[in-house]
Write a protein that binds this ligand. Sequence first.
Ligand SMILES: Cc1cc2nc3c(=O)[nH]c(=O)nc-3n(C[C@H](O)[C@H](O)[C@H](O)COP(=O)(O)O)c2cc1C
Length: 203
Amino acid sequence: MSTSTEASALAIDDRTASLLFRDAHTAYAFTDQPVTDEQLAAIYDLVRHAPTAMNSQPLRITYIRSEAAKARLLPLLAEGNRPKSASAPVVAILAADTDFHENFARVLPQLPGAKEKFADDDARAQAAKFNASLQAGYFIIAARAAGLDAGPMGGFDKAGIDAEFFAGTALRSLLVVNLGYVTESGRNPRNPRLEHDEAVTVL
Ligand SMILES: Cc1cc2nc3c(=O)[nH]c(=O)nc-3n(C[C@H](O)[C@H](O)[C@H](O)COP(=O)(O)O)c2cc1C
């Protein structure tokens, strides 16, 4: 397990920090061990608390688990990504609901005019993508918190997935995330990360 000189500044224990961040890697090949419904429910129970602009919560998650659903998904992935998803017991398609504003009366009751602020289709689609992408980051951390390995992938036919899985809806695909338990050889060595002073400015 990795340790860090920064660990003492954290409010979570070192094991948890390593599980969620330091030792967690993008996974490319998975064992046969299944992902349970309880784990999927536990993931969303964490993700739902992620902050979004005006509590808009545009992320929608579609889990692909059956062989029939996998057969619909795999041809729409970049060729090199197909074996990765084929080996995953569950694949999540993360999408942004561009009609998230329909929920404001329930999720932001203190601001009755919230829906009207998002009347413009382009601005709403952009807000949906931005906020759902934030939620997607939380989704990966939540999957790790549920003891799973995650393999996010942007290499897929976006229009194809939208047509195959989201036809007639306001959902627009953002990211495909393979979920399960990584094999011995199913992850790459860590590539260099930028140092604190390269990425952070304190004014
Ligand atoms: C938005 C996004 C898109 C990605 N797309 C792909 C992809 O299409 N195929 C793939 O094999 N890996 C993909 N990756 C995986 C990244 O290359 C990987 O997360 C990164 O190199 C860090 O690897 P590490 O977690 O092992 O340090 C993607 C990751 C993210 C977050």
